[in-house]
Ligand binder design. Structure first.
Ligand code: GLC
Ligand code: CA
Length: 597
């Protein structure tokens, strides 16, 4: 797509009509801000009518706008005005599940023989013998099995991705840390439906029944959703949990996590099990994914883009070899979540990030299955703690410099450009906590801090009516003040984006791994293969000042274009010799060196 994508969580971006909830008209108001920042595409997380349990990802109607956000007319206006500014628009496509309030689900429950009867994954109950256990090992029913007759049990041991509440309970019971050896129960992925006397699968909350992708009518209905938005002028889609649509048709039990690999305190749901059968079931990939891609082929004169989410592959660190990416590089690859997962205090090591960057970005120039695909970089989203919270102030500025000088498409989450941290959980009043099931994602979803005005300029509503509270630190961290400070977080992002947008090498050039003579310093270059000069990113991962030599630069002369610490300063304009001199880096400092003409 060329240029940076900016993820917007509409609820907390900008409220144009003072009801406390961000809206589409508010996004339109802020388009000039985004253009000035240097953004080339916006991705909107779901704004569709929803059931209110999973931040918009429980959709009631895929082809409409929830009235709290506006109307289809507003979306049309947004697309038109964004396009006038050269900004593309991506929507969130949620193929795997709907809300239980979706019309399809209502019909599916009421009429098993009807048109929608097989739209979801319905399974007959298993009868258990007198000595059989009530539930599979370490699986609990929670409130999902209400009304299930005693003699039944769930179809298999699959569990919900949102099983965190069980772990939280145990953590409390053990005073913070669960002792090794304790297995944390997870909530079954099945929900008993007394009407149909069957179970339906719901991998996230119980209000999000999973669609039956093996049913061609479902596939058609969902690809029609894409047509609906592309026909309206939308330029691409972020595909929600794409790896979840692939399930083992025999519903085989997951295998136990190997001994020694189980960590009772790890609340990353994907990390605890093999998840071979409920998620990422490879044999059916070939069937489904090309059908999604074929939608884009219907618009030959437009460049429709996809990016999709696959946490499991990222956890295995197996990014380039991922089958999903390889199957259709045009499906624009998975989010590069592997590096995001290491962007925290424990993972902030030069060797770790060098390995991940080199492996991933080189693959797009060397692996025949990936050439032509578009790599990406992502540091935060509406699902993970904000990068400043994970990494601290200085290192997260360095992380931004890496992200915005690496190849491919950078994905910036709203507010990342202001260095906003999570709002602390304790600062979110109980009655305002929204992400009940996961519990933990409200902190990164709190409102944008635009200015010093009331509610940080996010909304005119009384503070008590806001969807989520504004960070009490907004007087120090708002964007209006930051725009006046040449060294602010915002100024760093803006300088990096503008430099990137005006440089052919940084936008489209190759990736050159580089060596330095210091173990805490990583470097890579950006140039076209035939070029003798390159941009160089050099990053000090340590908390100490270092002096370093870059060992395999293409050229001898360079100039410091941007520092993550001081952004742009006058003495930075001097030319340095790479062949003789050593470069000085402050603690956690990253530099972008530009070629000297
Ligand atoms: C994706 C979304 C997340 C949502 C989940 C279920 O991971 O990013 O917010 O909860 O899918 O739809
Ligand atoms: Ca509003």
């Amino acid at each position: 797509m060329g240029g940076a994508v900016y993820e917007i969580y509409p609820r907390t971006f900008y409220d144009s009509n003072g009801d406390g909830i961000g809206d589409i008209a508010g996004i339109i108001d802020k388009l000039p801000y985004l253009e000035d920042l240097g953004i080339r595409t916006i991705w909107l997380t779901p704004f569709y009518p929803h059931g209110g349990v999973d931040g918009g990802y429980d959709i009631r109607n895929h082809k409409d706008v929830d009235p709290e956000f506006g109307s289809i007319e507003d979306i049309k206006r947004l697309i038109e005005q964004a396009h006038n500014l050269g900004i593309k628009v991506m929507v969130d496509f949620v193929p795997n599940h709907t809300s239980n309030k979706h019309e399809w689900f209502a019909q599916s429950c009421d009429d098993p023989e009807g048109q929608f009867g097989n739209y979801y994954i319905w399974v007959d109950p298993k009868k258990r013998g007198p000595n059989d256990p009530k539930m599979p090992e370490n699986v609990v029913g929670g409130d999902r099995l209400v009304g299930m007759p005693e003699e039944y049990t769930v179809p298999n041991n699959w569990t919900s991705i949102f099983s965190i509440s069980e772990r939280e309970k145990l953590k409390k019971q053990y005073g913070g840390t669960i002792p090794e050896g304790v297995k944390v129960p997870a909530v079954t992925a099945w929900v008993w439906h007394p009407g149909r006397r069957q179970f339906y699968l719901a991998e996230f909350t119980k209000e999000q029944p999973s669609l039956q992708w093996a049913n061609p009518t479902v596939r058609k209905a969902q690809t029609d959703v894409l047509h609906f938005w592309f026909d309206l002028g939308v330029d691409g889609a972020r595909i929600d949990v794409l790896n979840h649509i692939l399930k083992d048709p025999e519903l085989k039990d997951e295998e136990p996590v190997p001994d020694g690999e189980y960590d009772p305190n790890n609340d990353n749901p994907h990390d605890q099990k093999t998840q071979k059968y409920m998620v990422s079931y490879k044999p059916v990939l070939k069937l489904y994914i090309p059908q999604i891609q074929a939608v884009a082929d219907k618009y030959p004169d437009r460049s429709i883009q996809f990016v999709h989410e696959d946490w499991i592959t990222a956890l295995k660190g197996d990014m380039s070899g991922d089958q999903i990416s390889k199957l259709r590089p045009e499906l624009d690859t998975a989010f590069n979540l592997a590096r995001l997962l290491q962007t925290n205090k424990e993972g902030w090591r030069a060797a770790i990030h060098k390995r991940l960057l080199d492996l991933y970005h080189l693959a797009f120039f060397t692996d025949p299955d990936l050439i032509g695909g578009i790599p990406n970089e992502v540091a935060s989203s509406h699902d993970v703690d904000r990068v400043v919270t994970r990494l601290g102030w200085h290192a997260s500025r360095a992380a931004a410099l890496i992200m915005l000088t690496a190849p491919g498409t950078p994905y910036i989450y709203q507010g990342e450009e202001g260095g906003f941290p999570n709002v602390r959980y304790e600062d979110i009043p109980l009655r305002m906590r929204r992400d009940a099931d996961m519990g933990l994602r409200d902190g990164e979803r709190c409102p944008m801090m635009w200015s010093r005005r009331k509610n940080a300029g996010f909304s005119d509503a009384p503070a008590a009516n806001l969807w989520l509270p504004v960070d009490p630190n907004y007087l120090e961290l708002n964007l209006e003040d930051q725009a006046k400070d040449p060294c602010s977080f915002y100024s760093l992002y803006r300088a990096l984006l503008h430099t990137r947008n005006s440089s052919e090498e940084l936008s489209h050039g190759g990736y050159n791994p580089m060596e330095t003579d210091h173990q805490d310093v990583l470097a890579f270059g950006r140039s076209h293969p035939e070029e003798r000069r390159q941009y160089i990113t050099v990053v000090n991962f340590s908390e100490k000042e270092v002096e370093v030599a870059i060992l395999n630069a293409k050229q001898n002369l360079a100039r410091i274009a941007i520092s993550s610490e001081t952004v742009l300063t006058e003495d930075r304009s001097k030319v340095i010799r790479l062949d003789q001199g050593r470069i000085k880096l402050k603690p956690y400092e990253a530099l972008l060196l530009e070629p000297v003409a």
